[in-house]
Design a protein around this ligand. Sequence first.
Ligand SMILES: [Zn+2]
Length: 298
Amino acid sequence: MSVIRTNLMQFMKSTVLPDLVLGGLERARGISYPHGLIGRRNFPVPCPRRGGVLVIAAHPDDEVLGLGFTLMKHRTDGDEVTVAFTTNGGGNWRGDRSSQDALAARRYLEACESLGVIGISPQNILSLGFPDAGLRRYMPEAAKDIALLISAHRPKTLYVHAIEGGHRDHDVTSFLVQCVGPRLGVENLYEWAEYNREAPLARPLVNIRFPADPYVADHPFWRTSCTEAERSLKEKMLTKYVSQAALIRNYPFDQEVLRRANPIHLMSRLKYFTNLSGTTLRYLRASTLCDVSSAQLH
Ligand SMILES: [Zn+2]
């Protein structure tokens, strides 16, 4: 019986039905783009500084796990750093609205405390507020926000997750930024490895790495070195994320792996790493974003 139930669950997950149901639940709970989103903050930024560093991460804590040393080095060099989260890190269709608002507020406050350790001000920390674990249901809307964000900041360097199959919000964030960024003239686009199908976070990680990608051969990467003081500082930043302590303790503090993004075969890679079916991706309107022109993004 349990085999039948497991197969049925797997079949259901391969269809658009879960997203249809959850999208309906979100609308019923008043979660709608843009003003009904939970935890949407500091967006659009009223006075963005152009030419700085922009980080686009899915959840509060991803930016420190993947880029802590890199952000420290940028701050030491005097770079303005802006961090934008595509999701609110906690709020979605579950539970009542006030508890979801409170959870999103807590994650944002933790981000401010963590990034404040290296002098990143709350005014440079923003949240687009899309539902946690549900960014894929808002791909065209998130692409529009990301385009606005990039156009306002004109970053000299832009960082984002890799499409790597660790968390669908990470993969969708990466897909959107890699669709939009190059069309808006971003030249220095880098991606970090966090956790993925070959290095899952479910158990203590010892070797952060990018997973094998059949669509991009020989993709060069590098490991960012750190001093003992930088390692301690990163640990201090991560301790501010109290709500995520159980997951963070599985993550090695002394490893970061980056590479220059190679934004090719994005739809194929999204499909491969997320296991989302072509039908689901069409329903989610993901395929329309690959062909969008820079004029349409403004
Ligand atoms: Zn995350």
